[in-house]
Design a protein around this ligand. Structure first.
Ligand SMILES: Nc1ncnc2c1ncn2[C@@H]1O[C@H](COP(=O)(O)OP(=O)(O)OP(=O)(O)O)[C@@H](O)[C@H]1O
Ligand SMILES: C[C@H](N)[C@H](N)CCCCCC(=O)O
Ligand SMILES: [Mg+2]
Length: 249
């Protein structure tokens, strides 16, 4: 099974919107797909438990059906950074559980597993117990700049992606400010030694000034394959045979 991680230039970049179109396109090409939203903050309480809109949309768009608990193993009610939601519940994000859930889905009888992140590439999953820098006064001491105070590491969802060797698709939410976010994200994905399958330009702002010029700038700036442009309110993506082959590996 081919597994792919979908990241974005930010929260609300359109990861879920594009993921649904991507799953539809891959289903149409005749492949069995699964959607996975390992960590979701912003869930509704239902008689069946917490439910997240992204996870439900991915579950619905996937052609291979698995129970909700497999699609979204870690769910928090408030729509906030997940590690803060976990702390409010008196706990931490259980990344072992996420790893187990990924393995379980990879053992299903399907061809393509789409894993949607939360927020952007550097989503924190666990903080060090003391801040990286506790005060301005320590900023002058260079020896403290590169190491953590108590040797406890900060962890990001990107660490999990790298460890799991998931190749990445970046959804660029095209709006003012996205050039910086897109360049930094591509640079960091590469520094993290992850493969980038490519990027998708997603027109989240239908009224953006100089949209075409910004799109051209993204093409000039991003050292990664361009996969598709999704216009505002676009209802489907048509990939060329070679792009689909590239995505499916
Ligand atoms: N191309 C588009 N056309 C119209 N609306 C869009 C488009 N892309 C995204 N949206 C809308 O923008 C909002 C944010 O998109 P989406 O939920 O996909 O972002 P996300 O990156 O998945 O965010 P999160 O970090 O919460 O997972 C949603 O209401 C979505 O319907
Ligand atoms: C609730 C929201 N829609 C997302 N699912 C979570 C976004 C977390 C962003 C964290 C951050 O980088 O500041
Ligand atoms: Mg989403």
């Amino acid at each position: 099974m081919k597994s792919v991680f979908i990241t974005g230039t930010d929260t609300d970049a359109g990861k879920t919107y594009v993921s649904v179109l991507l799953l539809n396109a891959i289903n149409t090409a005749g492949f069995k797909t699964i959607g996975f939203k390992p960590i979701a903050a912003g869930c509704e309480q239902t008689p069946h438990g917490l439910r997240n809109k992204d996870a439900l949309n991915l579950q619905d768009a996937a052609s291979h059906k698995v129970p909700y608990a497999m699609v979204n193993p870690i769910a928090f009610s408030p729509p906030i950074a997940p590690h803060i939601a976990a702390a409010q519940m008196g706990g931490k994000i259980d990344m072992q559980r996420v790893a187990g859930a990924l393995k379980a889905l990879q053992n299903e009888d399907a061809d393509f597993l789409l894993v949607e992140g939360a927020g952007g590439w550097r989503l924190p999953t666990s903080l060090p117990s003391t801040p990286l820098r506790s005060s301005l006064s320590s900023a002058s001491d260079d020896s403290k700049c590169t190491q953590l105070n108590d040797n406890k590491k900060v962890e990001f969802l990107s660490d999990f992606v790298a460890k799991s060797k998931l190749p990445v698709i970046l959804v660029v939410g095209v709006k003012l400010g996205c050039l910086n976010h897109a360049v930094l994200t591509v640079e960091q994905i590469k520094r993290d030694n992850c493969d980038i399958i490519g990027w998708v330009a997603n027109q989240i702002d239908p009224n953006m000034n100089c949209y075409a010029e910004n799109l051209a700038s993204l093409h000039a700036l991003l050292d990664a394959p361009f996969l598709a442009e999704v216009k505002h309110a676009q209802q489907g993506i048509e990939f060329t045979h070679s792009t689909l082959k590239h995505i499916l590996g």
